[in-house]
Design a protein around this ligand. Structure first.
Ligand code: MLT
Length: 312
């Protein structure tokens, strides 16, 4: 009976609007991606896809909400690396990223950029590293709060240069960027979806991209790795999830519509302009996302534990 009921639900799906929950605030990098994706998915799935921002607790509030939502395909979650880092960052996490969701697909990869306030005397990474040493006591690095990818990037940078510095948490990406533009902080490592505008307007110093290869959107900008920070590798990846127990027939329907959405020209164009890369087709699968989430959980857990950053 349950199987036939699930099949019947699957046949009718979708019969009403779908809510795409995102864990971060309007206008931020994740929101920019989700809005563009919502438009494309509305077209390919045939019902309105409405983006809902549920902010708080480093993204774990939204993820916990979707984990407990009805498993019927009408409440979905778009989240980034935070799904892999939450178990190490939050000691009392009320859900399991690996066990409480049906992964649907990976989405896009977004490179990050290390940028500095415009009036910082160091104009290149080569000048920045000795500057950081000489000013170790007073250098400040902004980030968008516990669990933000900008925080992860700052941890990785600290590890790569083998030197400590002050980090300053803000309530989100926009306030962190504003603090940098206002010269209240020295550095910020953030997603190209958020920094591209300010880089193009020459409002910040740019020290490099965080990926292992240079990115097509900024071919002249060197990677941090090629400038001596060997192996530096930070990519913001995104996944689409449904609550655990969503019928497989519904998961498949969402996956099919989602893959078509990733091919929508307007979405592709927007992502390209922001330096984001749509993932290859073998990652646009439940299994592709499941195994990647596991690998990333294993990568970040020890690094976060070693850095000693967590919430009780
Ligand atoms: C956002 O959309 O605000 C960001 O993705 C937050 C972050 O840095 O993780």
């Amino acid at each position: 009976f349950t199987a036939s009921l699930a099949l019947a639900q699957g046949d009718a799906y979708p019969s009403k609007p779908i809510t795409l929950v995102i864990p971060f605030s309007a206008g931020g990098p994740t929101d920019v991606v989700a809005r563009s994706l919502g438009v494309a998915l509305t077209k390919t799935i045939g019902k309105p896809v409405v983006v809902e921002n549920k902010t708080g607790a480093g993204g774990t509030l939204a993820a916990g909400y979707v984990a407990k939502a009805a498993p019927d395909g009408y409440t979905l979650l778009l989240h980034h690396n935070g799904m892999a880092t939450a178990p190490a960052l939050y000691r009392k996490l009320p859900f399991s990223p690996l066990n409480d969701f049906e992964p649907i697909s990976q989405v896009i990869d977004v490179p990050m950029t290390l940028v500095g306030r415009k009036d910082l005397p160091a104009k290149s990474l080569k000048e920045l590293l000795p500057y950081l040493k000489a000013n170790a006591e007073k250098v400040n690095v902004a980030h968008a709060g516990l669990g933000a990818v900008s925080q992860l990037c700052s941890l990785l940078f600290r590890q790569a240069i083998g030197q400590n510095f002050q980090t300053v948490p803000y309530q989100g990406t926009a306030p962190a960027m504003n603090a940098l533009l206002g010269s209240q902080v020295d550095l910020l490592c953030d997603q190209t979806t958020s920094t591209t505008t300010f880089i193009k307007a020459d409002k910040v110093n740019l020290y490099g991209v965080t990926t292992t290869q240079r990115i097509p959107a900024m071919p002249d900008v060197p990677t941090l790795a090629e400038q001596g920070l060997k192996g530096f590798n930070m990519v913001v990846w995104h996944g689409l999830y449904a609550p655990k127990g969503t019928p497989q027939v519904v998961v498949q329907k969402i996956n099919t519509a989602f893959r078509a959405a990733l091919k929508e020209p307007a979405f592709q164009q927007q992502m390209k302009e922001l330096g984001a890369q749509i993932v290859p087709e073998d990652k646009q699968t439940p299994e592709g996302l499941r195994s990647w989430l596991k690998a990333e959980t294993d990568r970040w857990g020890p690094l976060i534990k070693a850095a000693g950053v967590y919430a009780d």
